[in-house]
Design a protein around this ligand. Structure first.
Ligand code: HEC
Length: 178
């Protein structure tokens, strides 16, 4: 081997190692259904662009998680139990928010679901026409996901991020206030 080809093969080896290292770093980027990969105007999304929660080390929660806590306890807990824990009548939604695909979750809430027969009488109402649910669907979903992940303890979150202007604007146009 001449010293020139030797040098070339050294460079190739170094390049291959560098490429390998970059690949390993990419593989570590969170691609699960929970970890926040990006933030946009106070909302957090996974690598797959599905809404998710964000809890800081000091326990501060993102606005949607806080809002979802309130909305869940206004609209869903009568059947699904406090804190997403489930009841004898309806399933534990903190588990559903982890197990179900986001779009499947949205579909059930929008269109409802029934299992009514001799053995069962299980009715999930359709909320598609209810702005107090539909305008806060992501809030409720990310709150339940935070509960299901084990990262959010029971109870009203003590510390929260400020509500962004974008969230405020989306809310009032969804509710038909402008
Ligand atoms: C009147 C009682 C009632 C209310 C209120 C209610 N649900 Fe349900 N929900 C049910 C029942 C019962 C089921 C199980 C339906 C079935 O057996 O298919 C269910 C199922 C679901 C499922 C599917 C769970 C899974 O793992 O497959 C989701 C998601 C859901 N509800 C979300 C909500 C949300 C969000 C709210 C509040 C906006 C809500 N529900 C309010 C009764 C209710």
């Amino acid at each position: 081997m001449t010293s020139r080809t030797h040098a070339v093969s050294m460079i190739l080896t170094v390049l291959t190692l560098l490429a390998g290292a970059a690949g390993a770093e990419e593989a570590q980027a969170p691609v699960d259904n929970i970890t926040a990969a990006r933030e946009e105007d106070g909302r957090y999304y996974t690598a797959d662009d599905v809404p998710t929660f964000k809890i800081a080390e000091d326990g501060t929660v993102d606005w949607l998680t806080y809002s979802g806590f309130r909305r869940y306890h206004a609209e869903c807990h009568v059947c699904h139990g406090p804190e997403g824990e489930g009841s004898s009548y309806a399933p534990a939604l903190k588990k559903s928010a982890i197990d179900l695909d986001y779009y499947a979750f949205v579909d059930v809430v929008t269109n409802g679901r029934k299992r009514v027969n001799v053995a069962e009488n299980s009715v999930m109402p359709a909320f598609g026409e209810n702005p107090n649910v539909m305008c806060y669907l992501d809030d409720i979903y990310v709150y339940l996901k935070a509960r299901g992940s084990g990262e959010l303890p029971r109870g009203r979150p003590a510390k929260k991020e400020a509500k962004s202007d974008a969230i405020r604007d989306a809310e009032s146009s969804c509710l038909g206030h402008n």
